[in-house]
Design a binder for this molecule. Structure first.
Ligand SMILES: [Zn+2]
Length: 88
């Protein structure tokens, strides 16, 4: 599982208030929509319907730069897969 493209020099480490997942994203913002539990806006609603609120539940914990990007990505990927090292 990869969060950011190879060679990313700067990304944000986020933690979601709702589901508790931690992840990296190339966007740097105080809050973003969680990719795990965040809902994309429903495009099938009519023009008269209210726009659904998109909850930005993932908070920026830290900005990761340089070599640390790869380090964090490895750490988080292992956490996601349950720390299965057998494939190394
Ligand atoms: Zn979430």
């Amino acid at each position: 599982m990869y969060f950011v493209p190879d060679g990313t020099l700067q990304c944000g480490l986020y933690e979601c208030d709702e589901c508790g997942n931690r992840f990296l994203d190339t966007r740097i913002a105080p809050k973003i929509v969680c990719p795990y539990c965040g809902e994309e806006p429903n495009m099938e609603i009519g023009p008269d319907d209210e726009m659904p609120e998109v909850a930005e539940t993932a908070k920026l914990l830290q900005v990761i730069e340089g070599e640390d990007v790869e380090k964090y990505e490895t750490l988080l990927s292992l956490a996601v897969t349950g720390g299965d090292y057998e494939w190394i």
